[in-house]
Design a protein around this ligand. Sequence first.
Ligand SMILES: Nc1ncnc2c1ncn2[C@@H]1O[C@H](COP(=O)(O)OP(=O)(O)OP(=O)(O)O)[C@@H](O)[C@H]1O
Ligand SMILES: [Mg+2]
Length: 381
Amino acid sequence: LTKHVVGVVGGGQLARMMTPPAIAMDIELRVLAETENSPSELAATMVGDFREESKVLEFSVGISVLTFDHEHVPLSILRSVETSGVSVQPTPQALSHAQNKLVMRRALQELGAPNPSWRAVSSAEELEDFIQSHGGVCIVKTPIGGYDGKGVRVVRNSSEVLDWLDKDLLESLGGELLVEEKVDFTRELAQLSARNQKGDFSAWPLVETRQVAGVCSEVIAPAPKTSEETLRKAQELAKLLAEGLGVTGVFAVELFETQGGQLLVNELAMRPHNSGHFTIEGSVTSQFEQHLRATLNLPLGSVQSRAKYAVMLNILGVSDSYDFVENYPAVMIQFPDVKIHNYGKSPRVGRKLGHLTVLGDDLEVALGQARSAREILLRVK
Ligand SMILES: Nc1ncnc2c1ncn2[C@@H]1O[C@H](COP(=O)(O)OP(=O)(O)OP(=O)(O)O)[C@@H](O)[C@H]1O
Ligand SMILES: [Mg+2]
């Protein structure tokens, strides 16, 4: 009997949402979670620190493939797992581009992918230089460790990132910060795709993502009012990058669309991505099922849409104690078409606690329902 066993490092909502397709296909899912009571406790088989080599090696015994809920596992540890004979997907080599935004920018440049103008800086002088030559404002990013806008700042003066330029901290980040022009984008888009080791590649429709304070708030699939050319260009870019970087599993390319209709790459993720949560209800194959298939080198599933539009809204915590379950009845009675996802996390202001999805033929109706439902869910009693 062949049993597929997938090991996931990280017990967040992404690992959690791999559970239903794993059960459906009788794929054994094992999760190395950081804490007890993690969002993926349903599948958590071990609790431990992913920065501890012996822990990750112990976790990897007996699994078919090791994959990820987040990109923060040190590459040296992943290489040891490979050396022990266990497949790691995406490979450490591919993952390095999602782990470090400077490594990513350099690789994108080499592949001829469109970047915002950027530079690696290691001093206040170099940063001031860039700001002066880019209209007095820029975006500074820590190359590693950022998520949900943490590690991203709009900067007009180097004094605004004095903490990051501190010698010890800078060293822990690799010695350099990433500086980018502040792109005057018309909107943000994301191209989600998947690739397996055989090289099979499949892309979902391009989506529009709307960020509030640097955090994803709404996703519209497909991206409304988008030319055939842009849809095609985004898919071609994802394919070029997936092949060029050797990506396996689900792959997200976050994009800026400029006034002139140009697409610039913001960043890459090599795992299921927030911009793809709509695929659970909105596509024949969800990103979570596809990630299992792709990392196990199985044939990919259909990415056909199940409706004209899918709208996904994140639910971010509004207080440190309020649990939105109390408002289930109010939402359920008024919006039977709304699908509620709750990651089972303890509430905290601004924390991603869940999401809502609505499918429909009419975008405005679907968006209206989703927004009203979210508002009701977040009402603190
Ligand atoms: N060069 C830029 N110009 C303008 N806005 C930017 C730029 N870089 C980032 N942003 C804004 O900041 C947001 C967060 O940036 P980025 O995606 O690099 O950070 P992150 O914290 O790694 O993201 P995530 O939330 O995807 O984990 C972007 O979605 C965008 O709204
Ligand atoms: Mg991002």
